[in-house]
Design a protein around this ligand. Structure first.
Ligand code: AP5
Ligand code: MG
Length: 210
């Protein structure tokens, strides 16, 4: 599939979880600005050093830094792409439109009261970025990734205080993008609560209808 798909939705709505499966089963390539930024922070690159403070405070990283990552990635990709966590504001969406044509925007809709628990009990693989949850999607062996055996860790922005700030920033900057893509006629709202596989099936159905 050659579609370019943007996944919207608040922190904890399941963007990473669903993107992982769409890429594994349908052959999409993932571009996750969150993962790319965390890798840059870990590697201590100049971009990572600049991004860290914003991320730990739950703020958006400045557009010029994020656009640098996106341009580089999109240049080298052929075939279908899932953009997880990008764009995050109107300016990024307009810049993306200048680089490529977005075919579909999926909005994962989840009630706010569910999100804090999803995030504060999340664990991520250090090596392959696979996403787990201590209660809702636990790894088979404690502390180890099911897929690659890598060590699981807790993101530094998954504290309750930072999660609340990320939710505030989401409502202020990212939520308006649903209107932006709805006006273009390419927004698909997907119920993001319930069984992870059931949500995946809803997304695949929407993609197949495209
Ligand atoms: P980013 O990494 O994109 O974080 P986010 O948008 O806050 O979203 P999350 O990754 O927290 O949640 P998710 O929707 O992926 O949910 P997940 O699948 O993990 O961004 C982090 C930071 O980087 C930003 O704050 C910003 O500083 C910076 N940044 C990134 N992109 C940027 C951009 N474009 N511009 C500027 N700055 C940018 O699931 C969450 C948990 O729930 C998991 O534990 C999972 O197992 C569980 N779960 C998933 N589905 C279900 C289900 N159906 N039922 C129960 N539990 C579930
Ligand atoms: Mg994510």
């Amino acid at each position: 599939m050659d579609l370019k798909i943007v996944i919207l939705g608040p922190p904890g709505s399941g963007k990473g979880t669903q993107t992982e499966r769409l890429c594994a089963e349908l052959g999409f390539t993932k571009i996750s600005t969150g993962d790319l930024l965390r890798e840059a922070v870990r590697a201590g690159t100049p971009l990572g050093i600049k991004a860290k403070g914003f991320m730990d405070a739950g703020k958006l990283t400045p557009n010029d830094l994020v656009m640098e990552l996106i341009r580089e990635k999109l240049k080298n990709i052929k075939g279908g792409v899932i953009l997880d966590g990008f764009p995050r504001n109107l300016e990024q969406a307009e810049m993306l439109d200048k680089i490529t044509k977005v075919d579909m925007a999926i909005d994962l809709v989840v009630n706010e009261d569910k999100l804090v628990k999803r995030l504060t009990m999340r664990r991520i693989c250090k090596d392959c970025n696979s996403v787990f949850h201590l209660e809702f999607n636990p790894p088979k062996a404690a502390g180890k990734c099911d897929k690659c055996g890598g060590e699981l860790y807790q993101r530094s922005d998954d504290t309750e205080k930072t999660v609340r700030e990320r939710l505030r920033v989401y409502k202020e900057s990212t939520l308006p993008l649903t209107e932006y893509y709805a006006k273009k006629g390419i927004l698909k709202r997907i119920e993001g609560e319930g069984d992870i596989s059931e949500i995946y099936r809803r997304i695949v159905k929407a993609i197949n209808a495209k």
